[in-house]
Design a protein around this ligand. Sequence first.
Ligand SMILES: Nc1ncnc2c1ncn2[C@@H]1O[C@H](COP(=O)(O)OP(=O)(O)O)[C@@H](O)[C@H]1O
Ligand SMILES: [Mg+2]
Length: 270
Amino acid sequence: MSENVLAIEHLEVHYGHHHALRGVSLDVAPGEAVGLIGETGSGKSTLARSVLGLVRPTAGQIRIVGEDVAGHSQRQWRAFRRRGLVQYVFQDPLRSLDPDLTIEQSLIEPLLLRGDSRASALETGRGQLERVNLEPDLLTRVPGELSGGQRQRVAVARALVVQPTLIILDEPVSALDAANRVQILQIIKDLRDGGTALVFISHDLGSVAGVADRVAVLYQGELVETGPTANVLRSPQHPYTRLLLGSVPTLHAPPASRAERQALRAQLVS
Ligand SMILES: Nc1ncnc2c1ncn2[C@@H]1O[C@H](COP(=O)(O)OP(=O)(O)O)[C@@H](O)[C@H]1O
Ligand SMILES: [Mg+2]
Protein backbone atom coordinates (compact mmCIF):
# COMPACT_ATOMS: atom_id res chain seq x y z
CA MET A 1 0.00 0.00 0.00
CA SER A 2 1.51 3.33 -0.96
CA GLU A 3 1.16 6.28 1.30
CA ASN A 4 -1.24 9.07 0.49
CA VAL A 5 0.25 12.22 -0.94
CA LEU A 6 -2.19 14.28 1.09
CA ALA A 7 -4.13 13.18 4.15
CA ILE A 8 -6.43 15.74 5.77
CA GLU A 9 -8.24 14.67 8.92
CA HIS A 10 -10.95 16.56 10.79
CA LEU A 11 -9.64 19.91 9.62
CA GLU A 12 -11.20 22.94 11.30
CA VAL A 13 -10.45 26.52 10.33
CA HIS A 14 -12.05 29.38 12.21
CA TYR A 15 -11.69 33.00 11.19
CA GLY A 16 -12.68 34.60 14.47
CA HIS A 17 -16.25 33.40 15.02
CA HIS A 18 -16.66 32.23 11.45
CA HIS A 19 -16.16 28.50 10.92
CA ALA A 20 -14.82 28.23 7.39
CA LEU A 21 -14.02 24.49 7.59
CA ARG A 22 -15.86 22.06 9.83
CA GLY A 23 -14.17 18.71 10.29
CA VAL A 24 -13.04 18.14 6.72
CA SER A 25 -11.27 14.85 5.94
CA LEU A 26 -9.85 14.24 2.48
CA ASP A 27 -7.14 11.96 1.09
CA VAL A 28 -5.29 12.20 -2.18
CA ALA A 29 -3.49 9.07 -3.38
CA PRO A 30 -0.28 9.24 -5.43
CA GLY A 31 -1.13 10.33 -8.96
CA GLU A 32 -4.77 10.92 -8.14
CA ALA A 33 -6.69 13.93 -9.50
CA VAL A 34 -9.28 15.14 -7.00
CA GLY A 35 -11.82 17.81 -7.88
CA LEU A 36 -12.98 19.99 -5.00
CA ILE A 37 -16.19 21.78 -5.81
CA GLY A 38 -18.54 24.09 -3.99
CA GLU A 39 -20.02 27.52 -4.39
CA THR A 40 -18.26 30.76 -3.48
CA GLY A 41 -17.71 30.97 0.28
CA SER A 42 -17.92 27.21 0.86
CA GLY A 43 -14.32 27.09 2.11
CA LYS A 44 -12.42 25.79 -0.95
CA SER A 45 -9.64 28.37 -0.86
CA THR A 46 -9.37 28.02 2.91
CA LEU A 47 -8.63 24.33 2.39
CA ALA A 48 -6.07 25.17 -0.31
CA ARG A 49 -4.43 27.79 1.88
CA SER A 50 -4.26 25.38 4.82
CA VAL A 51 -2.43 22.82 2.71
CA LEU A 52 -0.01 25.52 1.57
CA GLY A 53 0.64 26.78 5.09
CA LEU A 54 -1.02 30.15 4.45
CA VAL A 55 -3.78 29.60 6.99
CA ARG A 56 -3.32 28.12 10.43
CA PRO A 57 -5.76 25.30 11.16
CA THR A 58 -7.73 25.61 14.38
CA ALA A 59 -7.75 21.81 14.73
CA GLY A 60 -7.11 18.68 12.74
CA GLN A 61 -4.29 17.00 10.87
CA ILE A 62 -2.68 17.64 7.52
CA ARG A 63 -0.09 15.16 6.33
CA ILE A 64 1.73 15.80 3.08
CA VAL A 65 3.84 12.90 1.86
CA GLY A 66 3.87 11.63 5.42
CA GLU A 67 4.97 14.90 7.01
CA ASP A 68 2.65 16.33 9.62
CA VAL A 69 2.38 20.01 8.67
CA ALA A 70 -0.69 21.31 10.51
CA GLY A 71 1.34 22.45 13.50
CA HIS A 72 4.36 23.70 11.54
CA SER A 73 5.91 27.02 12.54
CA GLN A 74 6.63 29.63 9.85
CA ARG A 75 10.21 28.46 9.76
CA GLN A 76 9.21 24.81 9.34
CA TRP A 77 6.84 25.81 6.53
CA ARG A 78 9.60 27.69 4.75
CA ALA A 79 11.88 24.67 4.95
CA PHE A 80 9.08 22.42 3.77
CA ARG A 81 8.16 24.69 0.84
CA ARG A 82 11.73 24.89 -0.35
CA ARG A 83 11.64 21.18 -1.09
CA GLY A 84 9.08 21.93 -3.78
CA LEU A 85 6.90 18.87 -3.11
CA VAL A 86 3.73 20.94 -3.28
CA GLN A 87 3.11 23.65 -5.86
CA TYR A 88 0.10 25.83 -6.53
CA VAL A 89 -1.75 27.82 -9.17
CA PHE A 90 -4.28 30.45 -8.10
CA GLN A 91 -7.14 31.96 -10.04
CA ASP A 92 -5.29 35.25 -10.35
CA PRO A 93 -1.85 34.60 -11.86
CA LEU A 94 -0.62 37.81 -10.29
CA ARG A 95 -0.93 36.04 -6.96
CA SER A 96 1.23 33.13 -8.15
CA LEU A 97 3.81 35.36 -9.87
CA ASP A 98 5.90 38.19 -8.47
CA PRO A 99 5.09 41.23 -10.67
CA ASP A 100 8.66 42.51 -10.40
CA LEU A 101 10.36 39.34 -11.59
CA THR A 102 10.88 38.52 -15.25
CA ILE A 103 9.20 35.36 -16.48
CA GLU A 104 12.58 33.67 -16.50
CA GLN A 105 13.27 34.67 -12.89
CA SER A 106 9.84 33.41 -11.84
CA LEU A 107 10.36 30.10 -13.59
CA ILE A 108 13.74 29.39 -12.02
CA GLU A 109 12.85 30.59 -8.52
CA PRO A 110 11.44 27.25 -7.26
CA LEU A 111 14.48 25.47 -8.67
CA LEU A 112 16.95 27.82 -6.99
CA LEU A 113 15.03 27.47 -3.70
CA ARG A 114 15.39 23.73 -3.99
CA GLY A 115 19.14 24.15 -4.40
CA ASP A 116 19.62 23.63 -8.14
CA SER A 117 22.56 25.46 -9.72
CA ARG A 118 21.72 28.58 -11.71
CA ALA A 119 22.85 27.02 -14.98
CA SER A 120 20.73 23.93 -14.54
CA ALA A 121 17.75 25.99 -13.31
CA LEU A 122 17.91 28.19 -16.43
CA GLU A 123 17.97 25.17 -18.69
CA THR A 124 15.05 23.49 -16.91
CA GLY A 125 13.07 26.73 -16.64
CA ARG A 126 13.36 27.58 -20.33
CA GLY A 127 12.31 24.06 -21.27
CA GLN A 128 9.03 24.50 -19.39
CA LEU A 129 7.75 27.31 -21.60
CA GLU A 130 7.31 24.99 -24.54
CA ARG A 131 5.23 22.67 -22.40
CA VAL A 132 2.66 25.43 -21.91
CA ASN A 133 2.82 26.71 -25.50
CA LEU A 134 4.68 29.93 -24.82
CA GLU A 135 7.42 31.50 -26.94
CA PRO A 136 10.91 31.97 -25.46
CA ASP A 137 10.81 35.72 -26.18
CA LEU A 138 8.52 36.06 -23.13
CA LEU A 139 11.36 35.13 -20.78
CA THR A 140 12.67 38.66 -20.44
CA ARG A 141 9.26 40.24 -19.81
CA VAL A 142 7.46 40.86 -16.53
CA PRO A 143 3.92 39.55 -15.84
CA GLY A 144 2.36 42.97 -16.52
CA GLU A 145 3.48 42.73 -20.14
CA LEU A 146 1.63 39.44 -20.74
CA SER A 147 -2.03 38.68 -21.38
CA GLY A 148 -4.05 37.00 -18.63
CA GLY A 149 -3.93 33.67 -20.45
CA GLN A 150 -0.17 33.86 -20.98
CA ARG A 151 0.32 34.72 -17.32
CA GLN A 152 -1.69 31.75 -16.18
CA ARG A 153 0.33 29.48 -18.45
CA VAL A 154 3.51 30.86 -16.88
CA ALA A 155 2.05 30.22 -13.42
CA VAL A 156 1.36 26.62 -14.44
CA ALA A 157 4.86 26.23 -15.91
CA ARG A 158 6.32 27.59 -12.67
CA ALA A 159 4.33 25.06 -10.67
CA LEU A 160 5.53 22.19 -12.85
CA VAL A 161 9.18 23.12 -13.05
CA VAL A 162 10.17 21.20 -9.90
CA GLN A 163 8.09 18.14 -10.80
CA PRO A 164 6.06 18.39 -7.60
CA THR A 165 4.34 15.44 -5.98
CA LEU A 166 1.15 17.44 -5.51
CA ILE A 167 -0.29 20.50 -7.22
CA ILE A 168 -3.10 22.59 -5.77
CA LEU A 169 -5.00 24.45 -8.48
CA ASP A 170 -7.45 26.96 -6.99
CA GLU A 171 -9.90 28.04 -9.71
CA PRO A 172 -7.12 27.95 -12.33
CA VAL A 173 -9.42 28.57 -15.31
CA SER A 174 -12.16 30.68 -13.77
CA ALA A 175 -10.74 34.00 -14.92
CA LEU A 176 -9.79 32.84 -18.42
CA ASP A 177 -11.54 33.17 -21.76
CA ALA A 178 -12.73 30.00 -23.50
CA ALA A 179 -9.61 29.45 -25.63
CA ASN A 180 -7.19 29.81 -22.72
CA ARG A 181 -9.45 27.72 -20.54
CA VAL A 182 -9.27 24.83 -23.01
CA GLN A 183 -5.47 25.11 -23.17
CA ILE A 184 -4.99 25.13 -19.41
CA LEU A 185 -7.46 22.26 -18.93
CA GLN A 186 -5.49 20.24 -21.49
CA ILE A 187 -2.23 20.93 -19.65
CA ILE A 188 -3.86 19.81 -16.38
CA LYS A 189 -5.11 16.62 -18.06
CA ASP A 190 -1.61 15.91 -19.39
CA LEU A 191 -0.30 16.42 -15.90
CA ARG A 192 -2.82 13.96 -14.50
CA ASP A 193 -1.96 11.45 -17.20
CA GLY A 194 1.70 11.92 -16.31
CA GLY A 195 0.93 10.80 -12.75
CA THR A 196 1.12 14.05 -10.77
CA ALA A 197 -1.36 14.13 -7.91
CA LEU A 198 -3.54 17.20 -8.00
CA VAL A 199 -6.40 18.95 -6.29
CA PHE A 200 -8.41 20.94 -8.80
CA ILE A 201 -10.66 23.45 -7.07
CA SER A 202 -13.59 25.04 -8.85
CA HIS A 203 -17.08 26.38 -8.27
CA ASP A 204 -17.85 24.93 -11.68
CA LEU A 205 -18.38 21.19 -11.82
CA GLY A 206 -18.15 21.30 -15.61
CA SER A 207 -14.45 22.24 -15.71
CA VAL A 208 -13.54 19.71 -13.03
CA ALA A 209 -15.49 16.79 -14.52
CA GLY A 210 -13.12 16.15 -17.42
CA VAL A 211 -10.03 16.17 -15.21
CA ALA A 212 -10.85 14.66 -11.83
CA ASP A 213 -10.84 10.93 -11.00
CA ARG A 214 -12.78 11.72 -7.88
CA VAL A 215 -14.77 14.73 -6.71
CA ALA A 216 -15.36 16.09 -3.24
CA VAL A 217 -18.23 18.48 -2.63
CA LEU A 218 -17.83 21.21 -0.05
CA TYR A 219 -20.90 22.94 1.34
CA GLN A 220 -20.66 25.61 4.03
CA GLY A 221 -17.33 24.28 5.26
CA GLU A 222 -18.34 20.62 5.29
CA LEU A 223 -17.56 17.86 2.82
CA VAL A 224 -21.01 16.56 1.99
CA GLU A 225 -20.11 14.06 -0.72
CA THR A 226 -17.03 12.33 -2.13
CA GLY A 227 -16.86 9.73 -4.84
CA PRO A 228 -15.60 8.72 -8.26
CA THR A 229 -16.47 11.54 -10.68
CA ALA A 230 -18.66 9.35 -12.88
CA ASN A 231 -20.70 8.11 -9.91
CA VAL A 232 -21.23 11.55 -8.46
CA LEU A 233 -22.33 12.87 -11.85
CA ARG A 234 -24.64 9.92 -12.48
CA SER A 235 -26.19 9.60 -9.05
CA PRO A 236 -25.41 12.47 -6.70
CA GLN A 237 -26.35 11.55 -3.12
CA HIS A 238 -26.51 14.92 -1.40
CA PRO A 239 -29.15 17.53 -2.31
CA TYR A 240 -26.46 20.20 -2.59
CA THR A 241 -24.58 18.13 -5.17
CA ARG A 242 -27.80 17.75 -7.14
CA LEU A 243 -28.18 21.49 -6.97
CA LEU A 244 -24.66 21.97 -8.38
CA LEU A 245 -25.39 19.42 -11.10
CA GLY A 246 -28.55 21.24 -12.02
CA SER A 247 -26.49 24.24 -13.06
CA VAL A 248 -24.35 22.23 -15.47
CA PRO A 249 -26.07 21.94 -18.84
CA THR A 250 -23.78 19.29 -20.40
CA LEU A 251 -24.59 16.43 -18.04
CA HIS A 252 -26.81 13.45 -18.70
CA ALA A 253 -29.33 14.31 -16.03
CA PRO A 254 -31.92 16.84 -17.16
CA PRO A 255 -31.17 20.23 -15.60
CA ALA A 256 -33.19 20.98 -12.52
CA SER A 257 -35.93 23.50 -13.04
CA ARG A 258 -35.82 26.80 -11.21
CA ALA A 259 -38.60 25.67 -8.88
CA GLU A 260 -36.79 22.39 -8.19
CA ARG A 261 -33.59 24.24 -7.32
CA GLN A 262 -35.46 26.60 -5.01
CA ALA A 263 -37.05 23.61 -3.30
CA LEU A 264 -33.63 22.02 -2.82
CA ARG A 265 -32.29 25.23 -1.37
CA ALA A 266 -35.21 25.43 1.03
CA GLN A 267 -34.47 21.84 2.06
CA LEU A 268 -30.80 22.66 2.64
CA VAL A 269 -31.26 25.75 4.72
CA SER A 270 -34.15 24.49 6.83
N1 LIG B 1 -9.06 35.90 5.98
C1 LIG B 1 -10.36 35.74 6.25
N2 LIG B 1 -10.94 36.31 7.33
C2 LIG B 1 -12.22 36.12 7.63
N3 LIG B 1 -13.07 35.38 6.89
C3 LIG B 1 -12.58 34.78 5.79
C4 LIG B 1 -11.20 34.92 5.41
N4 LIG B 1 -10.99 34.21 4.28
C5 LIG B 1 -12.18 33.66 3.97
N5 LIG B 1 -13.12 33.99 4.88
C6 LIG B 1 -14.52 33.53 4.88
O1 LIG B 1 -14.52 32.11 4.98
C7 LIG B 1 -15.48 31.54 4.10
C8 LIG B 1 -14.81 30.62 3.12
O2 LIG B 1 -14.01 31.40 2.24
P1 LIG B 1 -13.14 30.74 1.09
O3 LIG B 1 -12.34 29.64 1.67
O4 LIG B 1 -12.44 31.83 0.38
O5 LIG B 1 -14.29 30.10 0.16
P2 LIG B 1 -14.28 29.74 -1.40
O6 LIG B 1 -12.88 29.66 -1.87
O7 LIG B 1 -15.01 28.44 -1.48
O8 LIG B 1 -15.04 30.84 -2.08
C9 LIG B 1 -16.22 32.70 3.46
O9 LIG B 1 -17.37 32.95 4.22
C10 LIG B 1 -15.24 33.85 3.57
O10 LIG B 1 -15.91 35.07 3.63
MG1 LIG C 1 -11.88 30.56 -3.47
